[in-house]
Design a protein around this ligand. Structure first.
Ligand SMILES: [Zn+2]
Length: 189
């Protein structure tokens, strides 16, 4: 999956999670911003093992750092695409938030963490329906995906027509529907 698909799927997952876990809360601009930031970080982070990822375009010396990180993580789709990676990165992100996030900003730290986890898990799920699959139990076992072999032929090829013409617009519609069905809980206008 490409970065933009991951970001959109992550945002959609985190938004629906917010409405499920906080049915009585209002979605304000502050909460929307928190969800967007958390899900963005969570949904792009697994691909730090890929030197061509968008993340590396925004950090200084990104091209060089990207190659270095990719090498040290063992190439694309390793630790950061596994359950172990999810736990490690969530622990680290939570630690950073607890240590450095100042109180009094619009950011709600529990929702930030939830959105981060939603974005990260959504990334792994989305990658698992691609041809390459993901090493869920890294460092043990081979890449796996859905549907499993020998039906892997119908999995998606990253960045090809199915992702761009079906998956991406499909997720836009799902996100719009989630927002419309929860319009009673919107405090944006
Ligand atoms: Zn990935």
């Amino acid at each position: 999956m490409t970065d933009k698909t991951h970001q959109l799927i992550g945002l959609t997952a985190a938004t629906s999670l917010f409405f499920v876990f906080h049915p009585t809360d209002q979605l304000t601009w502050g909460i929307a911003g928190t969800i967007a930031i958390g899900s963005f970080i969570g949904s792009v982070l697994p691909d730090i093992d890929q030197p061509t990822s968008d993340i590396w375009d925004v950090v200084p010396a990104g091209e060089w750092l990207g190659k270095l990180t990719s090498k040290s993580l063992g190439g694309h789709r390793n630790l950061s695409h596994s359950i172990l990676g999810f736990l490690l990165f969530t622990f680290l992100f939570n630690w950073l938030v607890q240590s450095f996030l100042k109180t009094g900003t619009f950011i709600d730290s529990p929702i930030l963490l939830e959105s981060f986890m939603a974005g990260f898990i959504a990334h792994l799920l989305a990658d698992s329906v691609t041809v390459m699959g993901i090493p869920l139990f890294w460092p043990f076992g081979a890449n796996m995906g859905f549907p499993p072999r020998p039906f892997h032929g119908i999995r998606i090829l990253t960045g090809k027509w199915f992702e761009n013409l079906i998956v991406f617009p499909g997720v836009v519609i799902v996100l719009a529907l989630i927002i419309i069905t929860n319009s009673n809980n919107l405090a944006l206008f």
